[in-house]
Design a protein around this ligand. Structure first.
Ligand code: DC
Length: 233
């Protein structure tokens, strides 16, 4: 049976489990998963590679040209930057450290917001990020705001990095400080700061397993799909 299509917006602070949950939820519903953080990460990777992070903050004309000449795409579970697959590269700690600087830039947000709105136009999407329920899809049929304690988030990020790379070179304490700093920047930027939409359902995942998180949102999604006038076939 094909389910009717709605938009599910999942927002929340760094490492709160949004991506894993959103991906599994999309699979379960037969929806498309859109990781908007990956798009900001691709921009940050380019800025780092070209060593222009500082210049982007101060040189408006350069920023404009940088944004106009950058092509970011998502396909299935891959992220493409200017025609190159950067799915793995965007997950390094260096990118995590600098991405808030890039995602605070209005020109970058405008470009990516337009792409994200287009990607969700046909509905049937689970989109995760920081401003999906507030700015990208303020009329999303289901909005979730996921959070977890900073200690729990640092623990999860550490385990995730460790699974990929035995030689980590970073401690849980450093990751915790890093996550705090990123939350601070994401919540206090001028353009579309991270905040819970008034009509979002808050989900604290500190004591939940991934399966439990997915199951909770899945149930809410089915309820919405069944009684939703905005759903499309
Ligand atoms: O979800 P993530 O950690 O991969 O996101 C990377 C960064 O991108 C995060 O620090 C804030 C930014 N971001 C944003 O500003 N708006 C979004 N919709 C998604 C991510």
């Amino acid at each position: 049976m094909t389910l009717k299509k709605i938009v599910i917006a999942i927002d929340g602070p760094a490492a709160s489990g949004k991506s894993t949950t959103a991906k599994l939820l999309a699979q379960k519903l037969g929806y498309v998963y859109i990781d908007t953080g990956a798009m900001y990460r691709a921009f940050a990777l380019k800025a780092l590679t070209q060593d222009v992070l500082e210049r982007l903050q101060t040189d408006e004309a350069f920023l404009r040209q940088f944004v106009d000449s950058t092509d970011v795409r998502l396909s299935e579970s891959s992220v493409w930057l200017d025609g190159k697959d950067v799915t793995t590269e965007i997950r390094t700690n260096d990118v995590s450290k600098s991405v808030s600087k890039v995602s605070a830039l209005k020109a970058v947000r405008e470009k990516l917001s337009a792409i994200q709105k287009k990607l969700g136009e046909a509905k049937g999407v689970v989109m995760d990020g920081r401003d999906i329920g507030t700015a990208i899809f303020p009329n999303a049929e289901l909005k979730i705001y996921m959070l977890a304690s900073v200690q729990e988030r640092a623990k999860r990020r550490y385990a995730e990095l460790k699974a990929k790379n035995a030689e980590l070179g970073v401690t849980i304490e450093e990751l915790e400080a890093e996550i705090r700093r990123r939350d601070e920047e994401d919540m206090n930027r001028a353009v579309s700061p991270l905040r819970k939409a008034d009509d979002a359902i808050e989900l604290d995942t500190s004591a939940l397993t991934i399966e439990e998180q997915v199951e909770r949102i899945y149930k809410l999604a089915l309820e919405k799909i069944n009684d939703c006038k905005g759903a499309v076939q």
